[in-house]
Ligand binder design. Structure first.
Ligand code: FES
Length: 111
């Protein structure tokens, strides 16, 4: 079997594109993040869209790996902060988090 090759990346950001998150503006933010990363030359962040992530409130929802950092209530300013703090300096934006790995960061976790 020929195994596929994948460009190395440091972070994987996954946007929920379930109905509730799309209604909250997910597509605009997905495009904003991709465009900002391209302009900034930050090609070590991989960005994808996924189906409903099972939260369905407080969206748009985005989860960042490694670490499983779950962000909620995103807007363009929040995305810019995540780019600068999390992706550039490795420091999650805690006030935008509602869940991390097995920890809680306030608010109720569904599931
Ligand atoms: S619609 Fe986004 S978590 Fe379900």
């Amino acid at each position: 079997m020929n195994k596929p090759k994948l460009k190395a990346y440091e972070y994987h950001a996954v946007f929920c594109c379930g109905n509730k998150c799309v209604e909250s503006g997910e597509r605009t933010l997905f495009n904003h993040l991709r465009n900002r990363l391209m302009v900034l030359g930050m090609d070590t962040v991989r960005v994808n869209r996924a189906g409903c992530l099972g939260v369905c409130e407080g969206g748009p929802i985005m989860v960042v790996y490694p670490g499983g950092y779950w962000y909620c209530g995103l807007d363009a300013a929040a995305i810019d902060r995540i780019i600068e703090n999390h992706f550039r300096h490795g420091e999650a934006v805690e006030e935008l988090l509602f869940h991390k790995g097995g920890e809680r960061f306030g608010g109720d976790r569904r599931g």
